[in-house]
Design a binder for this molecule. Sequence first.
Ligand SMILES: NC(=O)c1ccc[n+]([C@@H]2O[C@H](COP(=O)([O-])OP(=O)(O)OC[C@H]3O[C@@H](n4cnc5c(N)ncnc54)[C@H](OP(=O)(O)O)[C@@H]3O)[C@@H](O)[C@H]2O)c1
Length: 279
Amino acid sequence: MLGSELLRCVPQGWEAVGTDLAPQATIAGLDLADEAALERAWREHGPFDAVLHCAAYTAVDKAESERELAERVNVVASRTLAQTCARHGARMVAVSTDFVFDGASTRPYVESDEARPLSVYGATKLAGERALLETLPGNSAVVRTQWLYGPRGKHFPRTIAAFARERGELKVVDDQTGAPTTTLELAPALWDVLASSENGLFHAACEGSCTWFGFTRAILEELGLTHVRLEPCTTDAFPRPARRPAYSVLDSSRLARLRGKRLTHWRDALKAYLQVETP
Ligand SMILES: NC(=O)c1ccc[n+]([C@@H]2O[C@H](COP(=O)([O-])OP(=O)(O)OC[C@H]3O[C@@H](n4cnc5c(N)ncnc54)[C@H](OP(=O)(O)O)[C@@H]3O)[C@@H](O)[C@H]2O)c1
């Protein structure tokens, strides 16, 4: 989802190459946790000045029963990429998640807040952050984002739109608060962090906040599906294998200082996304 958007907004004067396990990528079939394969790809397609790392094991619930694979992708691949960048003198920026927090806060999380993940996914992402920042301390950054959606991939607005058209009534959790963030907003911010020489942690989310219920109401309004009956419910009504933070709004002030502007408010970003695509 995010990688494809990054390739659509490569800054002027830069040249970027996409990699994936999938055969459609320019560097296809590359497992980032495989050090020898990575080194071969670097020599064949590089040299590279920098790496924007947004590959991940992202199946939050499945990770609870696939810890080993989640660790391989979220920790080992991060460390291997960081070591490769260190060997070649390249900068690296990786993407991480609000799920590193436990959700007990009552105000937006800043980068210096203590991370206490509730899930295997969150724990492996946190370990991946640390692997990068420890391996490449003078030339790397981690950008945590949340509730991501965009023109490619599976995501919440797409699922909600499909359910709403099929069912005519929806029940959505109203006790988890975050900030829906589009890849259209996030991708240019990631290029800016990569182009800067600022290191360490950044938070990057659209402004404002809502619950999944509030987000659903906005999606239905924008799609003209207001006849669909929408009911709020609690997280307990939909038991899932992975625990999620009840409150994970990210304070993106550091990123705003770097860029001289904030990401768009989530409600306006939703409108802008729906002008590009109808889910
Ligand atoms: N989606 C969200 O709501 C959200 C929220 C907060 C943070 N994030 C973070 O944002 C980043 C981008 O997320 P996304 O939603 O764009 O993820 P995505 O659509 O699931 O893309 C991740 C990509 O990584 C690839 N991948 C998995 N294992 C790999 C390996 N060993 N080597 C190379 N590639 C591998 C996947 O390939 P396959 O599909 O073939 O497995 C997939 O194409 C991730 O770091 C994620 O943790 C996402």
